[in-house]
Design a protein around this ligand. Structure first.
Ligand SMILES: [Zn+2]
Ligand SMILES: [Zn+2]
Length: 891
């Protein structure tokens, strides 16, 4: 055996992440470790990966969710659960089309010139490229997701699910087509849902415009932030309770610019505080006005073309861009004396989330989901605790959003995505809504039918992924076994976009919640707290970072200091800490491995005759195991990682290994070998750390395994080895108490050395008054000498008087006292000379001050303040001289 060990390859001096990582990722995938086995006896652990958009490469923010989900998945897998982490990508409708359209613009063309088919081809090529990059990046990050089940939202399965849901909801009356005010992006030329609009505070103006009465004298003044919409006004409204306008209700006014007659109406929706209290009503371009118009039966006049130029309803302004029209109207109003005043006005203006163009609210015929019946069960699922949201205050955000939700506009006038499964009959006008493409009209059997040209909102398909990716609407084994999933881990900012809709659709389609727990993470910021974004130029490419620091260091640093729902900071110092930790583990393992290769005895731990430090490290290991297990169960990943780090770095490397070295180097053959415990603790702690830092733990674990007796750890990889379990039997409070005291003693001597700048080559002396701990601590006096550079360290019990001379440093610790004679830290002769010299210098100075203060000329001429100052100086120095004399008495 000893010979066999000699021929092992030596571990290289330094850790090189690059080669190691790729080697192990291949090893894992070749053995299909990421694909769970369906075992009806066991409860699976399931995460559906939140879909990265195929809009480009991953950025550092993605590293956070990959790491969090990988930690959870690896942990559950090691606990013996069939663990499925299902990866996929989202076709991301508008977002992707906008990216490709930008490329077209750079080439001097656009989607209209290219045509629908060519554009789709082009987008498809782009998404293929992105998918490849995203997959590659996930692999580099160590993601243990099941690539054999990877999906794309436009695949046949998820597409069938989309059409099935549309038809089901339509048949239940929960999908309808109607005219509503929607958010229109003139650049994308499509409707957007409320969630796709970003509101930005802008400094604009409030124009006060006079509308003359039709019957002659006077006018009523209204205020507006968008004067061009005057062209679409069909009424002026006042609040019925507003005394100022009681007498004008029912009167007619002339609409400026187009000279159309409109009526003054009264409606409760009018805010008395806004502008003059009288407002213009533009039903086709404002959601509030739309509702007012419905109540009063007003006309709807749309004044905009899809590209935000003015249409034929705009009279003299037809064909103008919306902003050119605004200028023209304002100029005309001014000319006609109808512009009363302009005030600066700050308001929130909606912008397209994807292309940042200012959106226009306008009335349009679109497809909607009637949300109310879907919302109730989704609210109940969170209220009654079937679904837990972490952190819990986001449950309020969720409920509040759900209570105020409006019908969901699901049609988009784009070309990339799932097409609406509705066919219109050109002969009878009937709609045919079908899962599979129909050949004829459902009513008159005419073949003259045409599919709706619009696409579905991308979130319509994303809302289904918890079941569409498991085979729904089919009744598949995957669906039966893996649904409902366990955890939905995603960013808090898409709680309403996505999480809420998954809950609604899961309950609707499968009649069960889609997941038990929602874990929300925050944004990743740089070390100054700025959001990481391309605009700020602080984007870190994850591949660059992991090549520089190693993937494990990147994973370590992105988790360190994070908690659910809060933003986290990534800094170079954290990355360095991660890399240092990896190197520390490497060196520690290398030491252990070399000790094994050195041909030490067997690996059995002889539990009944263990030295105190062995009992201590085993006890501490198990306390850490117990605590980490609880923390991971509570989703406290950062704290779990920190505790493993502290245990390995401080207790194992800094103390246990140092103590073990003393035993290994001892010429005394009776001293028991620390090797069995050294190996056992390291191997266990590597498994404990594996979910956080998968690559280096595998590499180190394999280096150990190769050197240990066959069957010692039966699995062929750390990632399928069992997660450490808490063993109460080795908890040893007595060993912990003794070791804590020893560590405290060594630390206090080290601190004293550094406080007195004791040269490294100098040995200090220490007396330890250990009371009742004396018999336990005495055996460690040699070890403490080595660790603290103190010789001799003499341990006394309570019965013995303190030997502290007058010139000693006394350190009072928790249970013991340490006395260090000053002469062992500093050179007494030299110190005496130094003190004498200083005394002499001070005495000369006092003499000089005294003679000055007796000089009559000085006392008469100098200002009182100066004399006072000289007296103070003398007093201070006299005082100091006394103290120096006292100190010198000791020598
Ligand atoms: Zn847009
Ligand atoms: Zn028909």
């Amino acid at each position: 055996m000893a010979e066999a060990r000699q021929i092992q390859d030596e571990m290289p001096k330094a850790y090189e992440p690059a080669n190691t990582e790729q080697k192990w990722y291949r090893f894992w995938t070749e053995r299909s470790y990421f694909t769970p086995e369906i075992d009806p006896e066991k409860k699976p652990f399931v995460i559906i990966m939140p879909l990265p958009n195929v809009t480009g490469e991953l950025h550092i923010g993605h590293v956070l969710y990959v790491t969090l989900q990988d930690i959870m998945t690896r942990w559950h897998r090691m606990m013996g659960e069939p663990a499925l982490w299902l990866p996929g990508v989202d076709h991301a409708g508008i977002a992707t089309q906008v990216v490709v359209e930008r490329q077209l613009a750079a080439e001097g063309t656009d989607r209209y010139q290219l045509g629908r088919e060519k554009l789709l081809e082009r987008i498809y090529r782009w998404t293929e490229r992105c998918r490849k990059i995203i997959t590659e990046q996930h692999s580099r990050l160590g993601a243990s997701c099941d690539w054999s089940r990877e999906y794309f939202t436009l695949d046949e399965g998820p597409s069938l699910a989309v059409r099935t849901v549309f038809v089901n909801l339509y048949n239940k009356g929960l999908i309808y087509r109607g005219e509503r005010i929607i958010n229109w992006c003139p650049r994308c030329a499509t409707a957007l849902s409320d969630l796709e609009v970003e509101h930005k505070d802008m400094q604009g103006s409030l124009w006060y415009v006079r509308y003359p009465f039709a019957d002659g004298d006077g006018f009523i003044t209204v205020a507006t932030t968008r004067p061009e919409t005057i062209l679409g006004d069909t009424a002026v409204a006042v609040n019925p309770g507003d005394e100022r306008f009681k007498s004008v209700i029912g009167k007619k006014v002339i609409l400026p610019a187009v000279n159309r007659e409109i009526e003054i109406i009264a409606d409760d929706a009018v805010d008395l505080e806004f502008g003059t209290g009288a407002v213009k009503i533009t039903p086709a371009h404002d959601p509030v006005d739309f509702e007012v118009a419905q109540r009063h039966g007003l006309e709807f006049i749309n004044i905009l073309n899809p590209d935000a130029t003015m249409n034929e309803n705009a009279g003299p302004y037809v064909g103008m861009d919306r902003y050119a029209c605004r200028e023209a109207i304002v100029a005309d109003l001014e000319k006609d004396g109808l512009l009363e005043k302009i005030e600066p006005y700050a308001n929130a203006v909606g912008h397209c989330l994807r292309c940042q163009t200012t959106i226009e609210p306008l009335v349009s015929e679109q497809w909607f989901v009637k949300i109310e019946p879907l919302v109730r069960p989704a609210i109940d699922a969170v209220r009654d605790g079937r679904i837990t949201i972490i952190p819990s205050h986001f449950a309020k955000v969720y409920l509040n959003w759900m209570e105020n939700i409006r019908d969901w506009c699901i049609s988009r006038q784009i070309w990339w995505g799932h097409r609406i499964p509705v066919w219109y009959c050109r002969d009878c006008g009937e709609l045919t809504v079908a899962v599979d493409e129909p050949e004829t009209c459902g009513k008159c059997k005419s073949k003259n039918i045409e599919q709706d040209p619009d696409m579905l909102d991308t979130w319509f398909s994303s809302a289904l992924v918890t079941h569409s990716t498991l085979g729904w609407p089919g009744d598949t084994e995957d669906l039966r076994y893996f649904y409902p999933t366990s955890v939905m881990e995603t960013a808090y900012d898409i709680l309403p976009f996505w999480v809420a809709r998954m809950i609604m659709m899961g309950l609707e389609d499968v009649d069960d919640i889609p997941f038990h727990t929602v874990y929300l993470h925050g944004l990743v910021r740089d070390d100054t707290g700025d959001k990481i974004s391309k605009v700020r130029g602080n984007v870190l490419d994850p591949i660059d970072v992991l090549e520089q620091y190693g993937t494990d260091a990147l994973r370590y640093s992105i988790i360190a200091g994070t908690s659910a729902g809060t933003d986290s900071k990534l800094s170079v110092s954290k990355l360095e800490a991660g890399r240092n930790f990896a190197n520390k583990l490497w060196n520690a393992t290398r030491f252990v491995v070399r000790s094994i290769d050195g041909g030490q005895a067997g690996m059995d731990i002889k539990k009944d005759s263990l030295p105190v430090e062995d009992r201590w490290i085993l006890s501490r290991l198990n306390r850490t195991v117990s605590s980490v297990d609880k923390l991971l169960g509570d989703f406290q990943f950062s704290e779990a990682q920190r505790q493993i780090y502290e245990f390995l770095w401080s207790e194992y490397c800094d103390w246990y290994i140092e103590l073990a070295k003393i035993r290994l180097n001892s010429p005394d053959k009776e001293v028991p070998s620390p090797l069995p415990v050294l190996v056992h603790v390291l191997e266990t702690a590597l498994r404990l750390l594996h979910p956080c830092m998968p690559f280096i733990t595998e590499e180190l674990w394999q280096n150990l395994k190769r050197r240990l007796p066959e069957g010692w750890q039966p699995t062929e990889s750390i990632m399928i080895a069992p997660y450490p379990e808490y063993d109460t039997e080795v908890i040893d409070p007595e060993a912990e108490r003794i070791m804590e005291s020893i560590i405290e003693i060594v630390r206090s001597i080290r601190n004293a050395r550094s406080q007195y700048n004791v040269d490294n080559s100098r040995w200090v002396e220490a007396q330890v008054y250990a009371g009742e701990l004396e018999p336990f601590i005495t055996p460690y006096s040699r070890a403490m000498e080595t660790l603290a550079r103190a010789r001799p360290v003499t341990v006394y019990n309570t019965g013995q008087e303190s030997q502290a001379g007058e010139n000693s440093l006394v350190l009072v610790l928790k249970e013991t006292e340490v006395v260090i004679p000053m002469e062992s830290m500093v050179d007494l002769e030299a110190e005496k000379k130094r003190l004498e010299k200083e005394l002499e210098r001070n005495q000369t100075e006092v003499g000089r001050l005294e003679s000055r203060l007796q000089d009559k000329a000085f006392l008469e001429k100098a200002p009182a303040a100066v004399i006072d100052k000289e007296r103070q100086k003398r007093d201070t120095l006299t005082d100091k001289i006394e103290r120096l004399k006292q100190q010198l008495l000791k020598y």
